[in-house]
Design a protein around this ligand. Structure first.
Ligand SMILES: *Cc1c(COP(=O)(O)O)cnc(C)c1O
Length: 313
């Protein structure tokens, strides 16, 4: 696997892509809009370059929230698409999983799809195992079928227009919030954004305040903290994805909380470092935890200490 770099504008560098394409390349995997929430404007050129070498273009559907009913990955030149149902289609994420995601392909890839495939004929569904070019079975029987039912239910409930509205609202929310964050945190990449944007807390470094402190300050103010330190191309990254479901009042409150935190970073950074103090746990000793678990796994300790409160014996 080889990484293709992004340019200064936060989008894929065609020069870097060019230097890495060769007949040995099978496929390029890309997200659009990308993780910075920016639309890859040169996607048609990317597709042309990739296809010219005989490779294929794979769409990481992590950011479909920006696009439903607005644009189609296939029209951008993508040959295969997966949909992260836990990101755009309401199924549980992470510990709430299990995950599942449909994969869509262009016609020429259909013979290679995993088997069995579900086929419909004369009003009946059957499982087709006789697919000579199939890459075979990649998952235990039906997979996490419940997740697919759940996502399908959401899609039916929303309807096509509803899904499009969700995307339009998600993009509007992100841009609305982005405007409010201007001048509060650094925004290393120019707007407008799609459904998310990435700010940087590096301007708070003189006060000894980091992205983690901003996240903890948000927890203290009753907000679920955004993803921090990702993507890696932005130092002290704070990734904000408000989604379509938050009201204007909530977005305004979030922006006020951010402003308050940044003000506190200037006037009283020590107080910010002590947050959160209203939650059951404050700052977790992540390094200590990693060390204890390593010691446990390597047989140097008998207790990985996985409780947050020590139980006295
Ligand atoms: C979330 C994300 C992933 C990971 O997807 P999961 O299905 O949650 O493992 C991959 N790529 C990008 C760009 C993402 O945002």
């Amino acid at each position: 696997m080889v990484e293709v770099r992004s340019g200064r504008d936060g989008r894929i560098s065609l020069a870097d892509l060019e230097s890495k394409l060769s007949p040995r390349v099978a496929a390029l995997m890309l997200t659009n809009p990308n993780t910075l929430g920016l639309f890859e404007r040169e996607i048609l050129d990317v597709a042309e370059m990739v296809h010219a070498t005989g490779a294929m273009l794979y769409y990481d559907g992590a950011n479909l929230n920006a696009f439903m009913g607005v644009a189609r990955p296939g029209d951008m030149g993508f040959d295969a698409v997966h949909m992260n149902l836990h990101k755009t289609f309401t199924t549980p994420h992470g510990g709430g999983g299990p995950g599942a995601g449909p994969v869509g392909v262009k016609a020429e890839l259909i013979p290679f799809l995993p088997h069995p495939t579900v086929e419909k004929s004369n009003g009946h569904y059957t499982l087709d195992f006789k697919r000579p070019k199939s890459i075979g079975r990649v998952r235990s029987f039906y997979g996490n079928f419940g997740m697919l039912v759940r996502a399908y239910t959401y899609i039916l409930a929303m309807g096509g227009d509803g899904l499009t509205q969700a995307s339009l609202d998600a993009v509007l929310s992100a841009n609305y919030l982005r405007k409010q964050v201007e001048g509060v945190l650094d925004l290393p990449h120019g707007g407008p954004c799609m459904h998310e944007f990435v700010a940087s807390a590096h301007n708070l470094a003189p006060q000894g305040v980091k992205a983690l402190d901003v996240a903890k300050g948000l927890l203290e103010r009753d907000f679920y903290a955004p993803t921090v330190y990702f993507p890696l191309v932005v130092p002290e990254a704070i990734m904000v994805e408000p989604t379509e479901t938050e009201s204007k009042a909530t977005l305004d409150a979030f922006a006020s909380a951010l402003k308050e935190i940044v003000e506190q970073a200037r006037t009283n950074p020590a107080a910010l470092h002590a947050e959160p103090h209203s939650l059951p746990v404050g700052r977790l000793d992540e390094v200590g935890t990693a060390r204890r678990i390593t010691a446990y796994l390597t047989g140097q300790s008998e207790d990985p200490v996985l409780r947050w409160k020590r139980v006295r014996k």
